[in-house]
Design a protein. Structure first.
Length: 318
């Protein structure tokens, strides 16, 4: 018994040590990637200013104030042709069968993927934003993930009949918040005794319900380049030793994703759109009206948290 307890404690200490080492590796990789991206971010900010017609700035009072918009004109000229390549037909993606036995499966895959891109997501806008980022800022990112976050909505119903009430409350995603019943008195004749029986039955219902439902769908989003970190020696995302996605999320968003609210509120701050204060130059170039002044809200759910997803190769179990 004592031997089992000692082995269990040794395993717990070992796992805790491994987690501390992993946290140190992540911090080291993140710091190095941030230093690299800050260098690239200055070039992106300059490219964005050229696109907006804000560069080059005048250096002399004798210099002409005319600014050419060749960069913006070229980008806007190229975008329609690029988008037409993908959205010129009804099918953005088409799977080709290798043999007669694959025809039905290929058709289903084609229909499903096109449905996900165009119906369940704003595929046109996502790819437009990514292509524009690539043309202006040299890099465009598209993120595809399975969204299992939970959304809650509250609804009120009045004068529901018993059948509608039963159909509504049988939904496993529905939780009754408030309920009031209007009873109706009816008189019936008992067929066995022949006597009149008076009883009250529900006639109308007034309900306030909360419907909690998981999204459970594929999500496709375009990501601003300044939110992405990548190791300086990376050649592509697949083989990169470290990749991270930094984003600002509200406390409510993280709770919907399954995080503990009390723990998240410890890291919450007032609203801020900057994922990295040192990268403010790049953020400001994208959004010149971001003056870092935000409304002061008292509700904790609206406070923001810097949320980072880390992806790295690490030999955890040896």
């Amino acid at each position: 018994m004592a031997k089992d307890y000692e082995d269990k404690m040794d395993n717990m200490v070992s796992e805790e040590t491994d987690m501390e080492h992993l946290a140190g590796v992540i911090k080291s990789e993140m710091d190095d990637a941030k230093d690299f991206i800050h260098q690239v971010g200055a070039e992106r900010a300059e490219s964005t200013e050229y696109y907006l017609g804000e560069q080059p700035a005048g250096t002399s009072s004798m210099q002409s104030e005319f600014v050419s918009t060749d960069v913006r004109d070229s980008v806007l000229f190229m975008l329609p042709s690029i988008m037409r390549t993908f959205f010129g037909t009804k099918k953005i993606v088409e799977f080709v069968p290798h043999g007669p036995e694959d025809i039905q499966v290929a058709e289903q895959q084609t229909n499903y993927v096109n449905y996900i891109i165009q119906e369940k997501n704003q595929g046109f806008q996502v790819l437009y934003d990514a292509f524009k980022d690539a043309l202006v800022r040299k890099t465009g990112f598209v993120k595809v993930f399975w969204d299992d976050s939970i959304s809650a909505s509250t609804s009120e119903y009045t004068d529901l009949d018993p059948i509608s009430y039963q159909a509504l409350t049988l939904d496993p995603n529905v939780e009754i918040v408030k309920e009031s019943v209007t009873m109706e008195t009816i008189t019936q004749v008992d067929p066995l005794s022949g006597e009149e029986v008076t009883q009250e039955i529900p006639a109308k219902y007034d309900l306030t319900i909360r419907r909690v439902k998981a999204k459970d769908q594929v999500c496709i989003e375009s990501i601003p380049p300044e939110e992405v970190l990548i190791s300086r020696n990376a050649r592509d995302l697949e083989s990169a030793s470290y990749v991270a996605h930094r984003m600002i999320k509200s406390v409510s968003d993280l709770v919907a994703m399954g995080y503990d609210q009390d723990e998240i509120e410890q890291y919450a701050t007032q609203s801020s759109s900057a994922v990295d204060p040192e990268a403010f130059e790049e953020v400001e170039a994208r959004n010149p009206f971001d003056n870092m002044i935000y409304p002061d809200r008292n509700d904790s759910g609206a406070k923001d948290v810097l949320y980072v997803e880390h992806y790295l190769f690490y030999d955890f179990d040896g």
